[in-house]
Design a protein around this ligand. Sequence first.
Ligand SMILES: [Zn+2]
Length: 315
Amino acid sequence: MTLALPMLLGAVFVGFLVPRALRAVSSTLSPTVLLAAWLGSMASALYLALSAVLVLVWPSHAPVEGLVDGIARCFSAFAHGTSSWVGELITGTAVGVVGLIAVRIVLAGRKQAREHARVREFHRDVLSIVARRDNSESDVLWLDHPLPMAYSVAGKPGFVVATQGLSSALTGGERDAVLAHERAHLSGGHHRIVGACEVLAAVLPGVPLFAAAPAAVGAIVELSADRHAARVTSPAAVRSALAVVSKSPLPQPDWSLGDRGGATAVRLRSLVDGDVASPRRLTCAVAACVPAAITTAVAAAVTVAVSAGICAVLT
Ligand SMILES: [Zn+2]
C-alpha cells in the first residue's frame, strides 16, 4: 500500500491541479506542445490510478515494495499495524471504482463511435447528391453556396466540405490556407482526440482535468491547424482567410475555420506573435511527461512527510 498511496495521490493531483497550471502557461507554449501536455497529463492520471490498483491487488505488493518500504518504513509499520480489513476495504474500493470507470469509458466510447459513424454516413449520403468533386482536389466536396464556409469530416478516408463562396470570397492563397487548415484536422486525428476527451469528460465530469479537456483541447487543435496552414501557405494568408470566414453568417459546424466561442481574436494573435515552426518531438515528449512527473513527485513527498509525522507520533 505504501507504493499505491502516492500513485493514487499523484493521480488526484494531476486531475485537479494540472488544468490550472496548463492554463497559466498556455499563452507561452506552442499549440502542439500544449496539446502534448494535456494528453500526457490525462494519460498519466489514468495510468497512475490503474497502476495503483494493480499494486494493491498484486501478491506481496509488487517487486519495488521493498524500496518504497525503505523510504516510508514508518508509514508501512503503521499500516501493517492496523486491522487487515482496512487495507482490504481500500483495495476493494479502489478496484471497484477503477473497474466501474473503465466499463463506463468503454460503453461511452462505443456509443460515441456509433453516433459519429451515423453522422458521417448522413454527410456522405447527402453530399453525394448535392456536392460535386473537383478532379484536382479529390478530398474536397464543393457545395454551390455563395457564402464562404469549410469544415472537415473524419473517416476512412476523411474529407473536406467547402462552399463555392470560399473560392469567390477569398484569394487563391487564402482558399488554400482554409483547405490546409481542414486537412490538418484530418491528418492530425483531431476529431478522434477531441472525441476521446469528450468521452472522458462524460465519464469523469468531477475531475477538472477531464471536464476542461474538450474545450481546452478543442481550442488548441484549432491553433495547431492554423499553424500547419501557415506553414503550408503563410501566416498572412491564414490571418486574412480567418478574418473573412469568421464574419460569414452561416452556422459554423465543428472543425470549420469560423469564430466559434469568440476564439478568432486568440487565433489571429497567435499567428502574429507566435513562431509557426513545428516544435521538436523531444520537446513534445517532455511536455507530455513533466506535469504528471512534478505532481507525482509532490505526491510522493507528501506521503513521506505524512509517514514522518506518523513516525513522530508513534515514537
Ligand atoms: Zn478548424
